[in-house]
Design a binder for this molecule. Structure first.
Ligand code: ATP
Length: 318
């Protein structure tokens, strides 16, 4: 009987649990023995495995976070740490490892592959910053959440005739800010991929109030600056009452959206199909609504790009 282990690593995202459930249930249906590794690569080093049956993954599909828990492990980046992890996997007779996480976690998966372990990557991060997939699991849920929170801020900003500067997550990727900004009809979006013009933003915000607007919303991706700085600059230039809000970790929680549940189910299911097709050493994703895969090298060599056309949509509609 073939053995497969699943781990979640790096920052958690909504939909990781549904991906674990999908790999587990598809694996069990195809006579695999399935294990969960607790706390990502740290758990591989600590030999912290739990056997997963169908019951262990019931009631998980709609829960945020990851019930296997996630961690960052500096030790795993070292040859010594990796040697211990590989030894533990071999001692357990594990043939395949599924790593659910972001870019760093994919590098960990590639390291295991170099040691002869057959690995798969499932893109689990809210940031949407993994190349060669249109989405990462958690991104859609976060987008919906941020759009709702921006709406809440709009209500109170409007009552008090204020400018709201809202900082979103996303590391060096502006996708959350850009898409939530379009979905919320905000007045300005600052993303790391495009040099911001703070003078113009402040002037536009001021002009909006002069035309009779009762509020203004500016979204800043964390990679483009911080909300306090941007709010200060807008206040200095416009004289308007400007407030900063950092949304923070609230963006990473909550029940996954229907899209993320279906997407992660498709990815997890496809891993087991790929094993049967003899494919391994790849990261999965979705392109043009098809589940696709690429080698880790291809993914690392590709560049994650902002959708310039989408930015144009924002600029033309603002
Ligand atoms: P997120 O984008 O949500 O932060 P991530 O997967 O990019 O997720 P990282 O902290 O970069 O998060 O990586 C998670 C873990 O992957 C690290 O703690 C480490 O154990 C492992 N890892 C990262 N880079 C490497 C590497 N170059 N070699 C081996 N392992 C790595």
């Amino acid at each position: 009987m073939k053995k497969i282990a699943i781990l979640t690593s790096g920052g958690d995202s909504q939909g990781m649990n549904s991906a674990i459930r999908a790999v587990t249930r598809s694996g069990l249906a195809n006579n695999f023995e399935v294990y969960g590794v607790r706390r990502g690569f740290k758990g591989l080093i600590k030999n912290d495995f739990i056997k997963l049956g169908t019951k262990e993954v019931s009631d998980k599909l709609y829960r945020g976070g990851t019930f296997l828990q996630s961690a960052r492990s500096e030790t795993f980046k070292t040859p010594e740490g990796q040697a211990v992890a590989v030894e533990n996997l071999k001692a357990k007779g594990i043939d395949y490892v599924v790593v659910i996480g972001g870019d760093g976690s994919y590098r960990g998966a590639q390291a295991l592959k170099r040691h002869g372990i057959k690995t798969f990557g499932i893109p689990g991060t809210i940031d949407n910053d993994i190349p060669l997939t249109d989405f990462t699991i958690g991104f859609d849920t976060t987008l919906n959440l941020v759009t709702e929170l921006v709406g809440n801020l709009r209500d109170t900003m409007s009552s008090h005739e204020r400018v709201s500067v809202i900082e979103t997550m996303g590391r060096n990727c502006g996708d959350i800010a850009l898409q939530a900004g379009i979905a919320s009809g905000v007045d300005a979006i600052l993303i790391p991929e495009i040099e911001p013009d703070i003078e113009k933003i402040a002037a536009d915000v001021k002009a909006g109030f002069d035309r009779g607007k009762s509020h203004s919303i500016v979204i800043v991706a964390e990679g483009a600056g911080n909300a306090d700085d941007v709010a200060k600059k807008i206040k200095e230039r416009s004289g308007l009452d400007t407030r900063a809000t950092v949304l923070g970790h609230i963006q990473r929680g909550g029940s996954p959206s229907s899209f993320d549940r279906v997407f992660s189910s498709r990815l997890g299911h496809r891993v087991i199909e790929l094993i049967q097709e003899g494919v391994e050493g790849v990261g999965l994703g979705m392109e043009h609504n098809q589940i696709t895969y690429h080698t880790f090298e291809e993914i690392f060599n590709a560049k994650n790009k902002i959708d310039k056309k989408l930015y144009q949509v924002f600029e033309d509609l603002v």
